[in-house]
Design a protein around this ligand. Structure first.
Ligand SMILES: [Mg+2]
Length: 316
């Protein structure tokens, strides 16, 4: 037993034999579990629909809805519920079928009460581990996702870039990096308020996700600036993704964008390829940033890129 909290698990005992129901009820209640009983499958279903249970101990052979059918139903509505089946000696095949259908464990009748307690303890522990690992996954997810836009955050961008640099050094590959910043975003916010501005960032983020491949990483670098890492992508590929993003933005209807020259949100983007045109991590970030600022400085709503040591306008 791992503590008081786990001893409070809610258990439903399903059996058409009253003596078994009472035996299990008494034994498990004494341990401290919250135990309810059901006389058959349909009684069990009614109770499961009305209150939550973590563990269900069910007989296989019952009139009406039997244990296997009940198990199938439970797996469908909540696969986290642990189902333990009880079966008479000589009907072990049905226990095997139950395990195949996803039962957590089975117990043969007649059973020792100690055996029941151990199986239930294990089921409770299994569920505790399941909850913990889900929580861990959730925390991990939250620590790398930008809360506003749901794309990766600045921290994960750096982590991924490190990994990508290592991968490329080892396998002599390449990748493209795109930096893209929303033009006149401060002005947009001043005119329309920050809530409208947040909405623009969210829409842009989802648009970036939809215009890149699954293997590409879209991150919010900060403020109104996004970064996209495109593994195995040469300059022509990086530029064509950037161009496609621009086209999608131009084709979309935007709210409150009357003050933009084209009445659309626009981006200025910088593209650079590693290792062809950048030396290492800092250099590639600086160059993508420089190319992006050059695009801003020279008119906005366009793509600039590094080639060798110079920044060029993309006219494609
Ligand atoms: Mg029975």
């Amino acid at each position: 037993m791992t503590g008081v909290k786990e001893a409070m698990a809610r258990i439903l005992v399903v059996d058409d034999e009253e003596i078994i129901r009472c035996l299990l009820f008494d034994t498990l209640s004494q341990v401290g579990y919250h135990v309810k009983t059901a006389v058959d499958g349909s009684d069990a279903i009614t109770q499961i629909e009305n209150e939550p249970f973590e563990i269900i101990i069910t007989d296989l052979k019952m009139p009406g809805i039997g244990g296997l059918e009940l198990l199938k139903y439970i797996r469908k509505i909540n696969p986290d519920i642990c189902v333990v089946v009880t079966t008479a000696y000589g009907t072990i095949e049905s226990a095997v079928s139950a395990m195949r259908l996803g039962a957590y464990d089975y117990i043969c009748k007649p059973f020792e009460l100690e055996e029941i307690k151990i199986v239930v303890e294990r089921a409770v522990e299994w569920q505790r581990l399941l909850r913990e690992s889900r929580l861990l996954q959730l925390y991990k997810h939250l620590s790398i996702i930008d809360g506003l836009t749901r794309v990766y955050n600045h921290r994960y961008f750096h982590e991924f870039l490190d990994l990508e640099l290592q991968r490329v050094k080892k396998n002599s590959g390449m990748f493209s990096l795109i930096f893209a910043d929303v033009d006149d975003f401060k002005h947009y916010n001043d005119l329309n308020g920050h809530l409208a501005g947040d909405e623009i960032l969210r829409e842009l983020a989802s648009l970036l996700l939809n215009t890149t491949r699954k293997s590409d990483i879209v991150a919010r670098y900060g403020g109104e600036e996004f970064a996209i890492v495109l593994p195995d992508t040469a300059l022509s590929g990086g530029l064509s993704v950037a161009k496609n993003i621009m086209e999608v933005i131009r084709g979309k209807k935007w709210m409150y964008t009357g003050f933009y020259p084209d009445k659309k949100i626009s981006l200025s983007a910088g593209v650079v390829v590693y290792p062809a045109d950048a030396q290492g991590k800092e250099d590639i970030i600086k160059k993508a940033d420089d190319a992006m600022y050059y695009a801003k400085k020279t008119g906005k709503n366009k793509i600039c890129y590094y080639e060798g040591n110079q920044i060029l306008d993309y006219k494609g």
